[in-house]
Design a binder for this molecule. Structure first.
Ligand SMILES: [Cu+2]
Length: 71
């Protein structure tokens, strides 16, 4: 399954890498694609990871989550 995560606060490629890294560290995340202009990330999941856990990982990295949607 895929989820699309809308993220506030990313401003450059460094932010993109930081968000990518924090999402990839979650067990069950197969791949991450971050769109800087669109302010979102799409994650491919091998098992269902809760929106709350995803939100927590991104907030710990220093960004805000505006919404998480099933994609
Ligand atoms: Cu940055």
């Amino acid at each position: 399954m895929k989820k699309q995560i809308f993220i506030e606060g990313m401003s450059c490629d460094h932010c993109v890498k930081h968000v990518e890294k924090s999402l990839k560290e979650l067990a069950g995340v197969e791949s991450v694609n971050v769109n800087l202009q669109g302010k979102y990330a799409v994650v491919d999941l091998s098992n269902d990871i809760s929106d709350a856990l995803i939100k927590e990982a991104i907030e710990e990295a220093g960004y805000d989550v505006a919404a998480v949607k099933n994609a």
